[in-house]
Design a protein around this ligand. Structure first.
Ligand code: ASP
Ligand code: MG
Length: 455
């Protein structure tokens, strides 16, 4: 049995969803599909929370926007008027529930993490019903299984939950055993699960990739396919390097590193569950479903080349914390990281020396992070500063750590292009080398690196 994830990018509108329905009906019998919301829906749901907090009069228009978006899609998916009516009736119950949650927020003037997560899941709840009913209307056997009914159990952390695999696996295996047949097409809404105390908890934005990986690992699927509107992992971002090439095979580590630096193909945590279970991930392009795409497995050395991709993120900033003898000072790092964690700030990476701790944060978090650490008492550092005009570049390839000359080749090329390297992180991952440069030099850097490693 396969587990197949369909992303919001493939569910942009009625015609796009129609194409997916055709593909599923041809290839998906006996498989389990984990879905994203239709394109843009989660954003509308989340924006609606803030609007409801400010003014309850905004609620009807948010609901009607969502209704009309979905009804347009339904119209192009289901021809039979009666079947369409029945589906609209089923959906109106779901919209009613959602509306009540918005009024709850507006009435209490409070959007708790519990409420926010509950509301955010409605896109997936709706897309799963629509796709399942569309296939039924074509005479296919299909059904929709909600994560709370299937028993996808989480650790209860709102907006950033992780699945508890042992329990989830037991529950899901039992739930699917009783419904799956060689003809059946099963849809599971992605993005969330339920905690042991019964709270709906999401896996974070973009988390339906992770959901699919959790489902695949839980039922020991033959493969996890990710259906996307792109070819797969590339040797660079096609926006920077139009002639970049597809990477046919990657290791789990390579895929995880590339997801981290913004290749945007997979949610960074997708690899975790499937790697443990030894299940491969195949990235499939829905515009060309017979193409090979990228395959992620344990062993993926394809050529004698080590480097598989040059990647980057501009969503990075550095929080520099100066203190003396950092390596000899007990607890200084934990004081700082605990402070940032309690302010809700994620640390993307850390590089330290004896006199300076450099924390890499998302740009949106940098100001708040800086203010936050200044409040630590007694202050464990001498001074602090931030750097925002940087970009993080990485070269990724399994084996770069223990092969002589890769780093030298990389840095020589960068230096020959007159780019100054501001910070390096090398050796902590077997599959990636990271460094910071001035953001103005990003294009030049990506180009020279792609040239020396791929042309
Ligand atoms: N719909 C959710 C989001 O937009 C989850 C996902 O698409 O993966 O974040
Ligand atoms: Mg997504």
């Amino acid at each position: 049995m396969k587990v197949i994830k369909i992303g919001g990018g493939c569910l942009k509108d009625g015609p796009a969803a129609g194409k997916i329905i055709k593909l599923i009906s041809k290839r998906g019998e006996g498989d389990v599909f984990v879905l994203s919301a239709f394109y843009g829906v989660t954003n509308i749901l989340i924006a609606g929370i803030q609007k409801a907090l400010e003014n309850e009069d905004t609620i009807p228009s948010v609901i009607s926007k969502l209704k009309s978006l979905h009804h347009t899609i339904i119209k192009s998916l289901i021809d039979d008027g009666n079947k369409r009516k029945q589906l609209s009736k089923d959906l109106s119950k779901i919209f009613q529930e959602l509306e009540r949650y918005y009024y709850g927020i507006s009435f209490t003037r409070e959007a708790t993490p519990r409420m926010k997560d509950m509301i955010a899941t409605y896109g997936e709840r709706i897309s799963a019903v629509i796709l399942s009913k569309s296939l039924s209307s074509m005479g296919k056997q299909s059904c929709c299984l909600l994560p709370e009914d299937a028993g996808i159990i989480t650790d209860g952390k709102f907006m950033d939950a992780s699945a508890i695999m042992s329990k989830t696996s037991k529950n899901l295996t039992a739930a699917l055993d009783s419904i799956i047949t060689p003809q059946k097409i099963v849809f599971i809404p992605g993005f969330y699960g339920i905690s042991e105390s019964g709270d709906i908890t999401t896996f974070g934005r973009g988390g339906s990739d992770y959901s699919a990986a959790v489902v695949a690992a839980s039922i020991n699927a033959e493969v996890l396919e990710i259906w996307k509107d792109t070819q797969g992992f590339m040797t660079a971002d096609p926006d920077n390097i139009p002639h970049c090439k597809l990477i046919p095979k990657l290791t789990y580590e390579e895929a995880a590193e590339l997801s981290y630096t913004g290749a945007g193909i997979l949610h960074p945590r997708t690899v975790e569950p499937v790697k443990k279970a030894g299940i491969s991930i195949a990235i499939k392009n829905t515009y060309n479903p017979d193409a090979k795409g990228s395959l992620i497995t344990k062993n993926a050395h394809t050529a004698n080349k080590i480097i598989k991709s040059v990647s980057y993120t501009a969503d990075i900033a550095v929080l520099k914390i100066y203190a003396s003898g950092i390596g000899a000072r007990f607890g200084i790092l934990s004081q700082i990281t605990e402070n940032l964690t309690s302010s809700g700030i994620n640390i993307r990476s850390v590089v330290t020396s004896q006199t300076c701790i450099s924390l890499l944060l998302s740009r949106k978090d940098i100001e708040m992070g800086h203010q936050s650490i200044k409040k630590i008492r007694p202050r464990p550092f001498e001074k602090s500063s931030i750097v925002t005009d940087v970009a993080l570049v990485s070269i990724v390839g399994e084996g770069l750590q223990n092969n002589r000359g890769v780093a030298a080749k990389c840095f020589t090329a960068v230096s020959d292009a007159n780019v100054n390297i501001e910070m390096i992180s090398f050796g902590t991952s077997t599959a990636a080398l990271y460094f910071l440069i001035h953001e103005d030099k990003l294009d030049t850097t990506i180009n020279v690196l792609h040239d020396i490693f791929f042309d």
